[in-house]
Design a protein around this ligand. Structure first.
Ligand SMILES: C[S@@+](CC[C@H](N)C(=O)[O-])C[C@H]1O[C@@H](n2cnc3c(N)ncnc32)[C@H](O)[C@@H]1O
Length: 851
């Protein structure tokens, strides 16, 4: 037989069967509704013997006539809704549930049951308008004379009808809530990061609040506002973290950081839809606000007029839903991407992003999706970029900086916390403390994931995860001069080992970006070492020396800070006890520690500080644009662009000037003719005590952050240097501020033993405090925190060595050395008065580690 003929016959055969789906199709729905009404799935599920339920047992459980029930069950078993299987003794048969019938349990609120939706759609009020479908279609234009089907039957639109009929309103609300339970956990899962930094969310047309209830549980920092018509709000749930607000979305929507609008826009035609979207847009802050739309997208037609083979069997459901809109709403419709584009553009949204649910995505490739995520789409005001980039763009918002407030205080350490940093993913925070312990935190929950002794004999100054080590390799440096490695083994067992040593304290380490093996350390001995975890011993790169040729090889510059340029990991900068930040190029290292490499490739110093012996550098950071941020003690923070360098041999204008340029004089009248070469300055904080870090904040380093001796955190706009935020953090000095790698979250620590995690959750935007002048505090002496007699001795020896190995220093600045010595002793006395015993959890005292 010819192929075309055979096809025709096949089609005929199929049609002769399919026709009955239409003739008696309603029987499927009605029988399912009957099962729900009688609670047959519940009777099967709750049968005490966990045996198949016999007909007699079932009829008694649901109070139904056995003969009718038998026919209903025969039909539903044939439909695959229930199974009929032999009882254990094999003497009879009984019924059991299937996954499908479990989705029809009206008493279940598990996110799977669709029974309330089925009951709504099969209610007489919703069924009657279906019979009027043809009248809408035959009418060329929707106008007063041909009202939409629902209005034609009930004399008013659905929402007015619901307002006047509380029982029907309850059916709608229950149906919507059951859908929210199914969809929202998926939306929340896919929105990872989307709500970071979002303090307030309004759910427009939120029904009785189920959607927001799920969101605020998932993202507990959110304050939710459930916004709906008064008759819905009257019966809305009272939920923690959710406020119910009545109103009309066509008038206005309460101001918030983000709007969610789920299954609402499809109820309305384009004109109304654009009006609602405009109101959503107005409710959120310009440029950074988010509008999250949860709706389905109908597949586009191809030229052949065949619906694009888009993804999955759900396309049928989407098209059914479009029919529902035609019957039950006045102007509502499901939209294709093009149609969504139209309403979004008309509403003034410049950018948006479409996101498929994971299941819908999978369905695209394997066509077996029996799942029912009709909702597979949401859009964001800021779009066209990946989720991570999206959150990054978001984190740059000044609005978020102004809403930063303490989200969690992490309490476990028993001494000052000298270092905090995040892992690459950003879900774990690592800290190190004077108590010599390292703690890994689930900072979102505020829980300790792991706490272990670093193996250091003194205050841990830095602890960082090595990249691509699955967060199992940690490197540390400390006041004992040691550099150590901690390996997290199976069962969270930790092994620590010695890697290298500095004479005097080892303040900082920096890791080559993306390299799981290589990092650098610097210490008060002026030494910079390169560690490669694949080799046994570190490489001593060089000892930092004075820029003055007469002093070279005589006096090491104590180093406090080291940072790698993220754009060129060959370049790193160091800073310490003089005025110059030095930039080195590791490629110039020749292996013998001589000539080329020991000289820095470039030097940076604000002109007015050149020759100033009083200042030193405590913190360094590179921006994403290779700018270098330098924090000076007893002075300010400066931002150097790469072209501001003084070269490899900056020669002080005169013999090292003791009569340095006075700060105020130079700050107000920089001596640079090239105005653009003067580094930007950030002022207001105080950096006299401790070795204070400095950092950038924001995905493109839009902000500069620093702690202060007054216990506050200062945030400046990088561009222009304007101070925009001063946050109360600690009672004492704040040393360390670390930004989260992806989202607008900060961690801070200092002299107190807790860590503060800051998120943008404040309801109000903060303003600058009236009086930013610093509180007077008794200085403890710059950079001296001496917590044991042993450390005091070590510091004294170090000081003595530095002086004796530097006759010039002795000659020129013996008074400075004497002052350092006095500071040191006074500081120790001061601290030993109020210092608690810092025995760690293992019961080890400091002495144990010295022995
Ligand atoms: C299809 S339901 C969606 C409910 C909920 N968003 C969900 O998906 O579970 C539409 C909601 O929009 C609400 N609504 C209708 N007109 C409104 C208006 N003018 N202002 C605010 N809400 C409205 C209805 O009361 C209803 O709760």
């Amino acid at each position: 037989m010819e192929e075309s003929k055979r096809n025709l016959l096949d089609e005929e055969a199929k049609a002769s069967l399919d026709i009955w789906r239409y003739v008696f199709g309603f029987a499927d729905i009605a029988a399912a509704k009957c099962a729900i009404d009688l609670k047959i799935p519940e009777a099967n599920e709750n049968h005490p013997s966990s045996q198949p339920v016999t007909l007699t047992e079932l009829s008694s459980a649901v109070s139904a006539s056995p003969s009718h029930l038998l026919r209903i069950m025969r039909f539903l078993v044939h439909q695959g809704l229930f199974k009929e299987v032999p009882t254990k003794d094999g003497l009879a048969t009984g019924y059991t549930n299937t996954p499908l019938s479990r989705r029809m349990m009206i008493t279940k609120r598990d996110g799977k049951s669709e029974a309330p939706l089925l009951l709504l759609e099969t209610s007489p009020e919703m069924l009657a308008p279906w019979l009027k479908l043809s009248s809408v279609v035959s009418s060329p234009v929707l106008n007063v004379s041909t009202p939409p089907p629902f209005d034609a039957v009930h004399g008013k639109d659905l929402w007015s009808f619901a307002q006047d009929n509380p029982c029907h309103s309850e059916l709608i609300n229950e149906a919507m809530a059951c859908d929210a339970r199914r969809v929202m956990p998926r939306v929340a899962g896919a929105c990872h990061g989307l709500f970071d930094g979002v303090a307030t969310v309004v759910d427009v047309g939120g029904g009785t609040g189920e959607t927001l209830g799920i969101l605020v549980k998932e993202f507990p920092w959110i304050k939710g506002f459930n916004f709906d018509l008064p008759h819905v709000i009257e019966v809305a749930q009272v939920l923690d973290g959710v406020e119910n607000v009545e109103g009309d979305m066509f008038d206005s929507i309460p101001a918030c950081d983000a709007v969610i609008i789920k299954w609402v826009l499809h109820d309305w035609g384009d004109k109304d839809c654009i009006k609602i979207l405009k109101n959503c847009k107005e409710a959120v802050p310009p440029n950074v606000g988010k509008v999250l739309i949860v709706e389905c997208v109908i597949g586009e037609k191809k030229n052949t007029m065949v619906v694009e083979e888009r993804d999955d069997k759900l396309e049928h459901v989407r098209l059914q839903l479009d029919m529902v809109m035609m019957v039950h709403t006045s102007t509502g419709k499901e939209r294709t991407l093009k149609e969504w584009d139209f309403v979004l553009t008309e509403a003034g949204f410049a950018r948006y992003e479409e996101e498929m649910s994971e299941k819908a995505k999978k369905g695209r490739s394997n066509f077996n999706g029996l799942h029912h995520p009709v909702v597979d789409f949401w859009r964001r005001e800021v779009g066209g970029i990946s989720s991570r980039n999206f959150s990054n763009r978001f984190s740059a918002s000044e609005n978020l900086v102004l809403r930063l407030e303490i989200y969690k205080k992490l309490e476990k350490h028993k001494g000052c916390v000298n270092t905090v940093s995040f892992n690459a993913e950003g879900d774990v925070l690592i800290s190190g403390s004077d108590d010599r312990r390292v703690v890994l935190w689930d900072w979102q929950l505020g829980n300790v994931k792991l706490s272990f002794h670093s193996g250091h004999a003194n205050n841990v100054f830095q602890a960082k995860f090595m990249p691509f080590s699955d967060d199992r390799t940690i490197v540390t440096c400390a006041a004992d001069g040691m550099v150590r490695r901690a390996s997290i083994l199976e069962g969270d067992k930790v092994e620590t080992s010695f890697l290298g040593l500095h004479q005097g304290r080892a303040h900082k380490l920096c890791i080559e970006p993306g390299n799981p093996h290589i990092f650098y350390t610097c210490g008060e001995d002026g030494l910079v070492q390169r560690f490669d975890l694949r080799t046994e011993a570190p490489t001593e790169l060089f000892t930092c020396q004075s820029v003055d040729p007469r002093r070279r090889n005589m006096e090491a510059i104590q180093l406090n800070a080291i940072a790698i340029d993220p754009r060129n990991s060959n370049l790193f900068a160091v800073g310490g006890m003089d005025e110059y930040a030095r930039l080195y190029d590791v490629r110039r290292f020749q292996g013998d520690g001589s000539n080329g490499f020991t000289r820095a490739a470039d030097h940076f110093c604000p002109p007015h500080l050149i020759g100033n012996e009083e200042v030193g550098i405590t913190g360094l950071a590179f921006s994403e644009q290779s700018e270098l941020l330098v924090s000076y003690n007893d002075e300010f923070i400066y931002l150097f662009t790469p072209d501001m360098g003084l070269g490899s041999s900056p020669i002080p204008s005169s013999p090292i000037s003791k009569s340095s340029v006075s700060k105020s004089e130079s700050a107000s009248s920089p001596k640079d003719e090239n105005e653009h070469l003067v580094p930007l300055v950030y002022k207001g904080h105080k950096n006299s005590e401790t070795v204070k870090g400095v950092n950038f904040f924001g995905p493109r380093s839009e902000y500069v952050v620093s702690g202060s001796d007054c216990g506050r955190i200062f945030i400046w706009r990088k561009k222009g240097g304007e101070l925009i935020r001063v946050m109360e953090a600690d009672r004492h000095v704040v040393n360390c501020i670390e930004p989260h790698p992806h989202i607008p979250v900060l961690a801070s620590s200092g002299i107190e033993s807790d860590i503060k995690v800051w998120t943008s959750k404040a309801a109000e935007r903060a303003t600058l405090p009236e009086n930013i002048e610093l509180r007077k505090r008794t200085p403890r002496g710059w950079m001296y925190r001496v917590s044991s007699p042993q450390e005091l001795l070590a510091q004294l020896f170090s000081l003595q060595n530095r002086s004796s190995s530097s006759p010039e220093r002795e000659g020129e600045s013996s008074s400075a050395t004497g002052r350092e010595l006095l500071d040191l002793i006074l500081t120790f006395n001061d601290q030993s008065d109020d210092e608690n015993a810092t025995d760690d959890e293992d019961g080890n005292s400091h002495e144990d580690f010295f022995s």
